[in-house]
Unconditional design. Structure first.
Length: 300
């Protein structure tokens, strides 16, 4: 269990970082967001190395630590020694794995597995939040649900939109090649936006979220732990862990989050989804067909 800071009784470091990530200054938001996504690595950082990675000055890091209630970054790291229950690897284990990494390649796989399991637990924890319930209600009742993603997250958006389309009408996958998103922004009063995005963030994603918010739309942003602009425009920001000891950040848990969300929408709509599911399945069978059905058998 993580210790409380004497200057902020009742508040853990994670709580204070989350608070500053939401309501601090621009520099505070950026540092807090970065540190929340890299807590397990902070014990190995210095104020100088942290400043370089966060693109801040060392003086800014020192001021930020004082804002958190510590005399400096070293004092903050001392507090982190007790932060073991929230992460799958204790510091001693991490050091041991680091020493064995060059000899035992399996250690990388084991650590990745632990991190991915912890990230999946985080996804399921979202399902117990008030924000989750609000999004489920919105996706179940809005006239239209617009879905969008850019770069590699474009595939996540398409998968989410296609799956949601099975259980309700009015799901629109935005055409990122169209250039102006008029199909959504001219119908802003009819629906909401679900946006998938991860670093390095597309300029279009930030602009789309801003324009949607300015038009009065509810925006749900599904992103990684490092996005420091989402809270400026989104009604909800679901920050999914993406660092699981692989070369690329993994967005697989974003897909898991989307599946869980669609499952909840389906449960909310109940039996009302069955006629639509049956109709779509019938149309697919008629126009395309499935492997194993009579229409798929080759005639000799």
């Amino acid at each position: 269990m993580q210790k409380e800071c004497s200057e902020y009784p009742g508040e853990t470091l994670k709580f204070r970082l989350a608070r500053l990530a939401e309501s601090g200054s621009k520099a505070d938001k950026a540092l807090a967001t970065y540190m929340l996504g890299a807590l397990q690595d902070l014990p190995f950082e210095t104020a100088s190395s942290l400043a370089e990675k966060a693109h801040m000055s060392e003086a800014t890091v020192s001021r930020f630590c004082r804002t958190l209630g510590y005399q400096g970054f070293r004092a903050l790291k001392e507090d982190l020694k007790s932060l073991s229950s929230d992460y799958p690897w204790l510091l001693s284990d991490r050091l041991g794995e680091l020493q064995r990494a060059t000899r035992e390649n399996e250690s990388f796989l084991s650590r990745g597995l632990e991190l991915e399991i912890a990230a999946l637990v985080k996804v399921y924890e979202f399902a117990a939040t008030e924000q989750w319930r609000e999004v489920v209600a919105r996706l179940s009742t809005s006239q239209k649900v617009f879905v969008c993603g850019f770069q590699t997250e474009r595939g996540l958006a398409q998968y989410f939109a296609n799956q949601l389309h099975y259980v309700r009408e009015g799901v629109v996958l935005l055409d990122v090649a169209g250039g102006n998103f008029s199909e959504m922004l001219l119908a802003a009063d009819e629906g909401c936006l679900v946006l998938f995005e991860a670093r390095r963030y597309s300029k279009q994603a930030r602009l789309l979220a801003e324009e949607a918010a300015n038009a009065g739309m509810k925006v749900t942003l599904i992103t990684d732990l490092f996005c420091d602009w989402g809270g400026d425009f989104a009604s909800e920001v679901f920050a999914i862990p993406t660092q699981i000891n692989q070369f690329w950040d993994s967005s697989a848990l974003m897909a898991s989050f989307g599946n869980l969300l669609i499952n909840e929408v389906c449960a909310t709509l109940g039996a009302d989804v069955l006629p639509r599911l049956n109709r779509i399945a019938g149309l697919y069978g008629k126009f395309v067909g499935h492997v194993g059905h009579d229409t798929d058998k080759l005639k000799k």
